[in-house]
Structure formats: structure tokens, C-alpha cells
Design a protein around this ligand. Structure first.
Ligand SMILES: Cc1ncc(COP(=O)(O)O)c(C=O)c1O
Length: 369
């Protein structure tokens, strides 16, 4: 671990909202791949999948080129297509919604819980129609959704449950790691809790979903010159997989560091609402988003932190449904209260494993003003 760049910043240095932590293990993994002469479709990819599945206690893992590719392939593999309705969150990164649009389905939005920022199961239940084919909840910021309720709705209404776990590696629900049961899609983008630079992983307990995803990520090829579908090139390279294997070994220590930092911030911060962790949740703190009382209060908090050279970020400025390009596909308008309030009031503070105690103290002092 001591080769990894996780040192804190001195008082003059900017505290970034996220920081890539790579070291000698990643460096030698990259060189190992370059020296092997196999840059694609090799052993590193196969081993990364095996180790990823094993880390979560899951049956199958399929490595792909991004979290968006993971969502896209998973929707296809579960048979979601043109005209189907997919119930999802309006408080998410737009990739969740784009994946639904890419298969020709219609996103249907329900409001979020003000404490977890995840969709509310009773509202999901009300939104189910005869056209609903799938639920696509997002474990936002690394806090798991109420999976027990969502699984029950999916079972009772015979609809598919696909989890957008892009931000939730290391999180668990009732002690069960996200991804162990059902089908979940992870992102391994550069700012995520572990990274391959760009990358994604589909984790599923259904062999048929894994087989479909494997075929579709590689042009639909079942064997050399035998194509079963109009697939894509959504493969992960060997260099990415080798980096991922090294990162995976640090998953537990990174998650623990994020959780420790979140606890420290939670104890120090006053007059702002710090993130909740439900009794059934293990939060992975991909983002540490605090709630200010208004857009104006948020701007003031950001100013205080900027003056102390602490970066902040807003996730997300607008509800997903408010983006103009989506209007025609939705066929209706939305105004969801808790989502709009979260867009106006939340701001993310640094929580990454590279923070030293002195960094956390600087964040707390600047935020408390
Ligand atoms: C909630 C959510 N879904 C999907 C994605 C897409 O992942 P990627 O950027 O790897 O395509 C992201 C990435 O930030 C995300 O945060």
C-alpha cells in the first residue's frame, strides 16, 4: 500500500473532489501486459472477471468497455426493447437514461427518498403498467436501494430488476454485497471507487444473461465466423483488466477509508445535513453529498470551501427528465418534488481515500465557517 499515492495535501494544496490512487502494482501490471504481446481477449480479462465475481460472491462477471455499455448489454440480454417501459430514477447520471433509450424503451420516472436519494418502492409499485418490462434502480452515491422491496415488486409483477451499481462497488444490502444476487452493472471509470480508466462490469446470477452479454460485447460472435446477433465492440482491453485486478485487491481498504472519512466528516460538520446510512445499508460513499437548505446556502458553502482550496461538485444540477433532448421520448412531463429539491440543495465534498486527517479538518473548518 505504501507505493500508492494516498498522501494528504499540505495546507496550500487544493483538495480535489476525487483522486486516482494507483501505484507500483498497477504499473507492473501494465508492463506485464505489454511484455506479454496479448493486448486484447487474453488471460487478464478472464482472470479479472473471475476475481471480480469472487470478490462479490457472485456467479458470473462480464467485463465491458464502460458502465454505459454494461447497462446497454444488460437491458438487451434481459429482453428489454422497443416500446417497453423501464421504471428508473430521475436523480442519476444521464447514462442510466441513455441506456434505456438505446434499446428503444421509454424511461418512466418516480421520485426519490429525501434521505437516501434512491427511488421509493411504493412509488415504483404505483408506476407499474402493462408495458413495464424492467425496474432500473440506481444505488446513488454508493448507498444501496431498498432491494428487498424492489425485488418483491419485480417478482410479484413478473418484471425484470436490473441494478445500476455504477457508483456502488463495495456497498451492501443487509450484509449482502451489491451484485451478489440478480443482475448489477458497475462502472470502472477514472473517478470511481476502483478504476480501469474506462470500463464496466456486468455481474449476474443468470448464466443466460452472462452468455448473451459475452456474445453481444464482441460483435455478436458465438465462435469465429459464427455471428448470432448484431452485437457491438464493447470489450475491455488487457491493459484495463490488469489495472482492474490490482485495484480490486484494494477494494476493501479503499471502501474502509471512504467510510472512515465519511464518519469523521459526519462528526465534524454542523448546520448541514450529512448523508444518511439506513440500518440495512453499507454505504460505499462514492460521493459524500450534504444537503444545504437552499440553492443560495449551497452557493455560500461552495464559496467557503473554494476559499480554503477545497473542491466541491454538484451531482446533479437537473433531474434527468429536464434535459431537452429527452422530452420527445417521454411523451409526458414530470415535476418530482424531492428530486428537484435534491438538485437545488445537494453538494458533494471530498471523501476519497487520499485524504489525510489534516485535509478532513480543513474541509470541516471551512464548511462550518
Ligand atoms: C449512476 C451511473 N450510471 C451509469 C454510469 C455510466 O458509467 P460509465 O461512465 O462507465 O459509462 C455512471 C458513470 O458515472 C453513473 O454514475
Amino acid at each position: 500500500m505504501n507505493d500508492v499515492k494516498v498522501g494528504g495535501c499540505d495546507s496550500a494544496e487544493r483538495i480535489a473532489i476525487s483522486q486516482v490512487s494507483v501505484g507500483e502494482e498497477e504499473r507492473s501490471a501494465v508492463l506485464r501486459v505489454l511484455d506479454s504481446g496479448t493486448l486484447a481477449k487474453g488471460e487478464e480479462g478472464r482472470l479479472f472477471e473471475e476475481e471480480f465475481a469472487s470478490a462479490l460472491g457472485a456467479r458470473h462477471a462480464v467485463a465491458v468497455s464502460s458502465g454505459t455499455a454494461a447497462l446497454h448489454l444488460t437491458l438487451i440480454a434481459h429482453g428489454v426493447g422497443r416500446g417497453d417501459e423501464v421504471i428508473t430514477s430521475p436523480f442519476t447520471f444521464q447514462a442510466t437514461i441513455n441506456a434505456i433509450l438505446h434499446v428503444g424503451a421509454v424511461p418512466v420516472f418516480v421520485d426519490i427518498d429525501p434521505a437516501t436519494f434512491n427511488i421509493v418502492p411504493s412509488l415504483v409499485e404505483d408506476a407499474v403498467t402493462s408495458k413495464t418490462r424492467a425496474l432500473l434502480p440506481v444505488h446513488l452515491f454508493g448507498h444501496p436501494c431498498d432491494l428487498a422491496s424492489l425485488r418483491e415488486i419485480a417478482r410479484a409483477r413478473s418484471i425484470v430488476l436490473i441494478e445500476d451499481a455504477a457508483q456502488a462497488i463495495g456497498a451492501s444490502f443487509n450484509g449482502e454485497p451489491i451484485g451478489r444476487t440478480g443482475t448489477a452493472c458497475f462502472s470502472l471509470y477514472a473517478t470511481k471507487n476502483i478504476t480501469t480508466g474506462e470500463g464496466g462490469m456486468i455481474v449476474t446470477d443468470q448464466k443466460s444473461v452472462a452468455e448473451s452479454a459475452r456474445m453481444l460485447r464482441s460483435h455478436g460472435a458465438r465462435a469465429r465466423d459464427d455471428f448470432g446477433a448484431a452485437g457491438f465492440n464493447y470489450r475491455m482491453s488487457e491493459v484495463q483488466a490488469a489495472i482492474g485486478r490490482a485495484q480490486l485487491r484494494r477494494l476493501d481498504s479503499y471502501t474502509e477509508a471512504r467510510r472512515r472519512n465519511a464518519r469523521y466528516l459526519g462528526e465534524g460538520l454542523s448546520s448541514i445535513e450529512t448523508p444518511a446510512e439506513m440500518s440495512w445499508a453499507r454505504h460505499a460513499y462514492h460521493h459524500y453529498c450534504v444537503r444545504t437548505g437552499s440553492q443560495k446556502e449551497r452557493a455560500k458553502l461552495q464559496e467557503r470551501l473554494a476559499a480554503a482550496s477545497v473542491d466541491t461538485a454538484i451531482f446533479y444540477e437537473k433531474p434527468a427528465y429536464a434535459h431537452e433532448y429527452l422530452r420527445a421520448s417521454l411523451g409526458r412531463s414530470y415535476a418530482l418534488h424531492e428530486t428537484e429539491r435534491a438538485c437545488a440543495e445537494l453538494v458533494a465534498l471530498p471523501v476519497h481515500p487520499g485524504l489525510a486527517k489534516s485535509d478532513l479538518d480543513r474541509i470541516v473548518a471551512a464548511a462550518n465557517g
